[in-house]
Write a protein that binds this ligand. Structure first.
Ligand code: SF4
Length: 933
């Protein structure tokens, strides 16, 4: 959607940027390093980028080796200074690691810990509040009581924390700046430091810098160089179009620049768009990598933001193995672990996958399995390749038992040693050689274990579950970013870009709600204190001020910068960020991304080879039955779904929860109804009169109990050794009894009927040339010799599901038109569902044939079963059958809800197409999800 008024559009621009001069390290940094100065960057990424720039500079000068330059990030430099201080002063306090400090905060909550949902999260909040007080030199504000209850609790914990640190001679990292400012005497310091990329000078940092200056050290701050010579302001219809435009600009730059450029993509909400960006950038910049057979290759782009270490596959496997050694694991976790390649050899994976599928198909599978039981269940006779896996799992069981995992309390260091022993016993991380990312993740894991082991410092002891919780939380909170490959395109958040130089920058998401980034004041500090000391997010002006500083710094970081924003997102219309709008002359309007990078060019931009597909599709053999009505149901829902499930035999991966699945409940109900209306089994019924008599004689309860017990008998006997399951099955039987009693009362109010068939196979069903096997739930004969076709449903249904060329529920129309059932006078869903039990459907004169009490205004009376309706179904079903026979397999879901219930998105890869399965055609998110059985 374009803005209505276009007062003054930006002048036309050339989008091609010729980059011929090499990217150089700023001379001021280079000179300073050569003079022996230390360069301190605001963050580790900027420090790493400077190291790389320095190395390139040395190569350019023809050098093969050079001394490591004194480039640090601020935190590393502070720790380095503290280490020096500790060498000089052996009585110096022990610097707490972040984890040690966190554990101490947890302890300081004392009895208050019982009052909060998560003492761990509260400890993290307290740690942040303490850090803010240190950075903004606001500890004096703790001398008087704070009136907010939470803040006052924190003030008391803080006093206890302070006492404990003083008593034990510990120091928090957030106090380093102020402590070092007073302890510089004797420290070996450089004569000069150059600061790069600092957006904020907090008071404690400023104090240290002032103290350094007072010691004669020259402190220089790298001033932003001149602003970008070309600034472009762009808008796109939505977020996806914005990313597309950015990707195309990036690709053009990579193709046209005279050398490999360094491009910065700055994203305001990088977490929210990372998946989509990765997909679009891969598609636009390296389409050849989308071929699953292609060799893995380094992408020309990389995200600087890491992911939690716990989500790295090799670490997730370690964590699951340790949990499994201590107790049962959920079935999906077991499947993932055993097929991950971090436990089993390559040669055992196929057997493990088969065994996994068998487990999932067993009638009453347990959603959790202990390690011992799983190892015992591995069928070695059938799958001999599993022998080594079983041996290792058994050894793990024995090691866990020998070390009394569940009953012993141990010190953290002892637990970390034991954890490593258990993992080695299980064969983790498997025989596959580690690639670079895995290798780095394993190193980070070892470091994490070392950090946990350091918790021994105060004599802490813990049980296994506490240790595993602690380890898991730390792995979740540890952000793991593999070392930069120095890819030409760096994608990062605005704060991470500080101190870096680029050839060109695109700033993505410059809309009013995203830039300035909004934050909240800290919940454990009084707002008045936060405002008094100028802490972030405390006053309305602080966020815009910081955004302006960062924007200015970004403007000085590259020769060309593009700012863009989407005009809409799922919450509505968006306006441009005022911080960015202020960079352009008043009245200037942004350019449209669609004009600069037309859509067709975007989609066909990559140089793809065109190959004609001459293979065609094999028609379905006419002599072969395609299955039941679900073939046409699937074809109507999405042709690819029918093709994949019927022709490729793709199956959903079954997963189980405690108790019966919806499908099992539906099958049990069908079975009970079949027995009840069979007319041949003892105490079964056949007619409406039989039902009325059973009610009159008070026999219905006993009849229902009998048939329900018979239907449940196989399940009850398979769970004979599980008392929990036995009790659960009894409650399920009672629940079913209640539902069916309610249903039979509705049946009793019907017009007379005879049940002619239950679960009846319909013979010789052909829809055109398509042969099907159909089975009707129930066919009732009425006194006028017409038939009602009935389908039992435990989910919510409606006769509207029979409408259109792609009906949602083609089953009953199929029986009516092609099932060879004579004199059909109506189709009915028997909806048996708590609070919604009743008939839904179409019947010719329903008052006469179904229920005399129906009013003329009821839907059932107003929309009867007609020949025209039948003709419409006949045509729609025939077309669907023809499509299936022909092999029509387009990825074309009827609507987005179809994809929500479909197990195949990984196969059809709809997420990579233009339309996301989570959106409807208008791009709105689909939220509702019912639970049709
Ligand atoms: S996920 Fe959607 S598009 Fe893919 S096969 Fe299933 S229904 Fe079709």
């Amino acid at each position: 959607m374009r803005p209505a008024a276009v007062p003054d559009r930006m002048p036309p621009v050339s989008l091609h940027l010729r980059i011929s001069t090499p990217m150089q390290m700023p001379a001021v940094i280079l000179d300073a390093l050569e003079r022996g100065a230390a360069v301190i960057a605001a963050g580790p990424r900027a420090a790493r980028a400077l190291h790389l720039d320095f190395a390139e500079e040395q190569h350019a000068r023809g050098r093969d080796a050079w001394p490591t330059p004194a480039i640090f990030d601020w935190k590393t430099w502070l720790r380095h200074l503290w280490r020096e201080y500790s060498f000089l002063h052996p009585e110096a306090p022990l610097l707490l690691s972040a984890l040690q400090e966190n554990m101490l905060w947890k302890r300081m909550q004392g009895e208050d810990a019982a009052l909060v949902v998560s003492p761990e999260s509260m400890a993290a909040l307290a740690q942040q509040a303490w850090q803010l007080l240190g950075q903004y030199e606001a500890h004096r504000s703790r001398n008087t009581a704070w009136e907010q209850a939470d803040a006052e609790h924190f003030r008391l914990w803080a006093a206890a924390f302070d006492d404990e640190c003083r008593r034990r001679s510990w120091i928090s990292e957030s106090h380093l700046e102020s402590r070092l400012a007073a302890a510089l005497d004797g420290l070996p310091l450089p004569e000069e430091i150059v600061l790069a990329g600092f957006d904020r000078m907090r008071p404690a940092r400023q104090r240290l810098l002032t103290a350094l200056t007072a010691r004669g050290l020259r402190v220089r701050e790298l001033a932003p160089e001149s602003p970008a010579t070309r600034q472009l302001w762009v808008t796109a219809a939505d977020r996806r179009s914005e990313i597309h435009a950015c990707a195309q600009w990036t690709r053009d730059l990579l193709q046209t620049a005279g050398r490999t450029p360094r491009i910065g993509i700055i994203v305001t909400s990088i977490d929210a768009v990372r998946g989509e960006m990765e997909r679009i950038f891969r598609h636009m910049l390296m389409p050849q990598s989308e071929d699953i057979l292609a060799d893995p290759a380094a992408m020309p782009f990389e995200f600087s933001l890491g992911r939690p270490l716990a989500q790295t596959p090799v670490i997730r496997a370690a964590s699951l193995l340790l949990h499994w050694a201590a107790g049962p694991l959920r079935e999906e976790e077991i499947s993932w672990l055993m097929l991950s390649g971090f436990v089993a050899e390559e040669t055992a994976l196929l057997s493990l996958a088969r065994f996994d599928a068998e487990l999932r198909n067993s009638p009453l599978p347990s959603p959790e399995l202990s390690l011992e039981r799983y190892a015992r269940m591995l069928p070695l006779a059938k799958y001999p390749a599993l022998a080594p896996v079983r041996t290792r799992l058994n050894e793990l069981v024995q090691a866990a038992a020998a070390n009394q995992l569940q009953s012993q309390e141990r010190a953290p260091a002892t637990w970390t040693e034991l954890a490593q022993h258990l993992l080695r016993t299980a064969g983790w991380p498997g025989p596959r050689p580690a690639d670079s990312v895995q290798f780095q993740a394993l190193k980070r894991w070892e470091h994490l274990l070392d950090e946990v082991a350091l918790l021994d410092y105060d004599g802490t002891r813990m049980r296994c579950d506490a240790f595993l919780r602690l380890l898991g939380r730390q792995a979740e909170e540890t952000i793991f970013a593999p070392e930069s490959r120095n890819a030409p395109v760096q994608i990062m958040g605005p704060l991470e870009a500080s101190g870096q130089q680029f050839d060109a920058v695109w700033f993505l998401g410059a809309d009013e709600s995203s830039w300035p980034m909004r934050g909240r004041p800290h919940p454990l500090l009084p707002l008045a204190v936060q405002r008094q000391y100028g802490m972030p997010h405390a006053a309305p002006e602080t966020d815009p001020e910081l955004a302006q500083i960062i924007t200015r710094r970004l403007l000085a970081s590259a020769a060309q910068i593009v700012f863009s924003y989407p005009q809409r997102d799922k919450d509505g219309d968006l306006r441009p960020s005022p911080v960015i709008a202020a960079l352009f002359a008043p009245g200037t309007m942004p350019l449209f991304a669609a004009d600069l990078w037309p859509a067709e060019e975007v989609h066909h931009a990559a140089a793809l080879e065109e190959i004609a597909d001459t293979s065609g599709t094999l028609p379905w053999p006419q002599e072969k039955t395609a299955g039941g009505s679900e073939v046409l149901r699937s074809q109507a829902a999405c042709p690819f779904q029918a093709f994949a499930t019927k022709r490729l035999r793709a199956e959903a991966w079954k997963s189980h929860e405690w108790g019966l699945s919806a499908a099992q409940r539906g099958n049990l109900l069908h079975d009970v109804m079949r027995r009840l209306w069979s007319g041949s089994e003892p105490d079964s019924l056949r007619t409406h009169d039989d039902l009325l008599a059973a009610f009159a004689q008070n026999r219905l309860d006993a009849i229902l109990d009998l048939h329900i017990a018979a239907a449940f008998a196989p399940l009850v006997s398979s769970a004979s050794d599980d008392s929990w399951m036995q009790a659960y099955l009894i409650s399920e039987q009672q629940r079913l009894h209640m539902r069916l009693e309610e249903w039979l009362q509705i049946e009793a109010r019907r017009q007379p009927f005879t049940v002619e068939a239950c679960e009846q196979k319909l013979h010789d069903v052909h829809v055109g040339d398509l042969r099907l096997n159909l089975r009707a739930d129930r066919i009732d004969r009425l006194p006028d010799d017409s038939r009602l076709l009935i389908d039992y449903k435990t989910g919510e249904v409606s006769a509207a599901a029979w409408r259109g060329e792609r009906p949602e529920e083609p089953q009953l129309p199929l029986y009516a038109v092609y099932g060879n059932v004579p004199h059909v006078s109506g189709l009915l869903f028997a909806q048996i569902r708590a609070g919604k039990t009743g008939f839904q459907g179409r019947v010719r004169n329903a008052a006469e044939r179904l229920d005399a009490t129906l009013k003329a205004t009821s839907t059932m009376m107003k929309e009867p079963y007609t020949e025209a309706m039948r003709d419409g179904w006949e045509e729609a079903l025939r077309h669907l059958a023809e499509d299936f026979l022909r092999g029509e397999a387009s990825v074309d879901p009827r609507d987005s809800k179809v994809c929500l219930y479909c197990p195949l998105p990984g196969l059809c890869r709809i997420a990579e197409s233009e339309r996301d399965p989570g959106e409807d055609e208008d791009g709105e998110e689909v939220e509702d999800r019912d639970e049709n059985a």
